[in-house]
Design a protein around this ligand. Sequence first.
Ligand code: SAH
Ligand code: SF4
Length: 364
Amino acid sequence: MKRSIYGLTFEQLTNWLTEHGEKKFRSKQVWDWLYQKRVTDFSQMKNVNQSCIDLLDEHFTIETLTEEIKQESKDGTIKFLFKLDDGNVIETVLMRFNYGLSVCVTTQVGCNIGCSFCASGVLRKNRDLSSGEIVEQIMQVQQHLDKQGKDERVSHIVVMGIGEPFDNYDNLIDFLRVVNDKQGLSIGARHITVSTSGIAPKMYEFADEGIQINLALSIHAPNNELRTKIMKINRAYPLEKLMPAIDYYLEKTNRRITFEYILLKDVNDHKKEAEQLAELLKDKRHLSYVNLIPYNPVADNPYERSEKEAILTFYQTLMDRGIRCGVRTEHGTDIDAACGQLRSKQIEKEKARKKKKMQEKHGA
Ligand code: SAH
Ligand code: SF4
């Protein structure tokens, strides 16, 4: 299978082209066609010589994702379901904020971390996405905007779709370098956020990358007992391993970190847990922000969304202790925009269809 050209950083493409006998300046031209003019076929690259076009065509593809479903919500959120080359499906979400247009990307087909509240975790990881497949999600959304003709640009990225980005680290980093590159899409590092369930060793590595990208940690519980109950990854990386990793990141980058906290009714939403969380973050509160996330119920899952009152008490308890926080506003609730929901519904439908077919075949 040919590789996606979107997966190459500028440097990688330049090296590849020169190794294949092309002039160094070709990479600039090719990137211009890819990221400024946003063509979808090598033959459209007008000022590139034919032999170079043939060479690229022989080794790379531009489009590998096909749009299966596109759902638009009343609030302007658009959810895309893409089919990959191998038939797997992934989802990508475009959200509208007052500060710009943000795209939520997927990094893996399924997820092995297996958090008990998450629709993606229910389905095991099938494979990692390549860096090209992650970049192409942004390109497909941008091309959708281009077609609308309103001169809108994707300005923000959140790596919060299906998958654990730090379990696909190298491809994630290539993706970030491509979208951040000034010669390409030029999406500012400060406008990009990577969310992790807390793979501690990779948090050290990320701190050392020297990029100004925001980090979010899905903490979801203030003590190990509760955290292990809802996120089994906490056995491998409990709080006593996570907190030093956070401290290292803060020291190294001096950038604020976001702690994500899903509020699950009667599980982790008591005042007691808010107090514990405030205690846990006390010494780093000047560089912390807690994002309280109202839970989006997932089918066949025991959890429920916290009551409004519990959410407010939690919020107030943190604020009273000097921990900055906010409650996440929801987007596209009418279109299954929560992490992995549309995809898991689609897979269920497919399973039901296959089962019905089998039954018909066997005369049941
Ligand atoms: N694997 C990474 C990034 C993807 S999940 C991580 O876990 O951080 C992105 C965020 O969505 C995480 O904070 C996750 O806990 C949250 N999430 C998952 N399922 C959710 C649901 N049903 N309702 C609300 N938030 C959910
Ligand atoms: Fe994976 Fe994140 Fe879902 Fe946990 S919350 S199962 S890490 S995608």
